[in-house]
Design a protein around this ligand. Structure first.
Ligand code: G3P
Length: 222
């Protein structure tokens, strides 16, 4: 399973990249706003800066909602760097835009997926990735991982090339759930990725190893 980080923060992207486990980045307009990035020129510059850090796909979301403007905006985003994946919302115009981009060999990520039917439609349109939102379904007491499982079954039935990019991943249990089901990619915040490092027995075991080593080393020295 590929690991993407869901952030527009350059420092967080660098931290994940330095850990050596990063396969890509996803952003959205809310994450860009959180970093205070506004205006087309600044937004484009920020995407270029992200692409310079990461070895892998970088999802850049269109702001427009009608087909013509989505296509125009998506072409501009795709021209910024070969790593750019044009992120398009799951709407009627979005599906048409994804179809267009697929004919131009431009990678797409169909976002705001909350049902298997939406994921099926996006795959039919030729999306490179679909982003089902695991955490936001859990937030409304709907099993988010069950949706990943359902989409996996459908895509495997017909060998769709569209990759399942499990989004709105919030914690290590989500990441493990996605891995067990066979999501192609998960995208989550930095702290969810780093939380995989942690186990109390690792900490206490390491402390014991180091204490034992220090005791014997001190005895030998005396
Ligand atoms: O980028 C889309 C998705 O990952 C957002 O996650 O945590 O805002 O539901 P979240």
């Amino acid at each position: 399973m590929k690991f993407f980080i869901d952030t527009a923060s350059l420092s967080e992207i660098r931290m994940a990249q330095n850990l050596g486990v990063l396969d890509g980045v996803t952003t959205n307009p809310s994450l860009m706003a959180k970093e205070g990035v506004t205006g087309t020129e600044n937004v484009h510059g920020h995407y270029k800066a992200i692409c310079a850090i990461v070895d892998g796909d970088v999802s850049a979301e269109v702001i427009s909602t009608d087909y013509e403007t989505m296509v125009k905006e998506g072409l501009q985003l795709a021209a910024l760097d070969s790593k750019i994946v044009v992120k398009v919302p799951m709407t009627e115009d979005g599906i048409k835009a994804i179809k267009y981009f697929s004919t131009q060999q431009i990678k797409t990520n169909c976002t705001l997926i909350f049902s298997a039917g939406q994921a099926l439609l996006a795959a039919k349109a030729g999306a490179t990735y679909v982003s089902p939102f695991v955490g936001r379904l859990d937030d409304i007491s709907v099993d988010g991982l069950a949706l990943i499982r359902e989409i996996r079954t459908i895509y495997d039935n017909y060998t769709f090339g569209t990759q399942i990019l499990a989004a709105s991943v919030r914690h290590s249990a989500h990441i493990l759930g996605c891995a067990k089901i066979g999501a192609d990619v998960m995208t989550g915040p930095l702290q969810a990725i780093f939380s995989l490092l942690k186990h109390p027995l690792t900490d206490s075991g390491l402390a014991q190893f180091l204490a034992d080593h220090k005791r014997v080393a001190t005895q030998n020295f005396n």
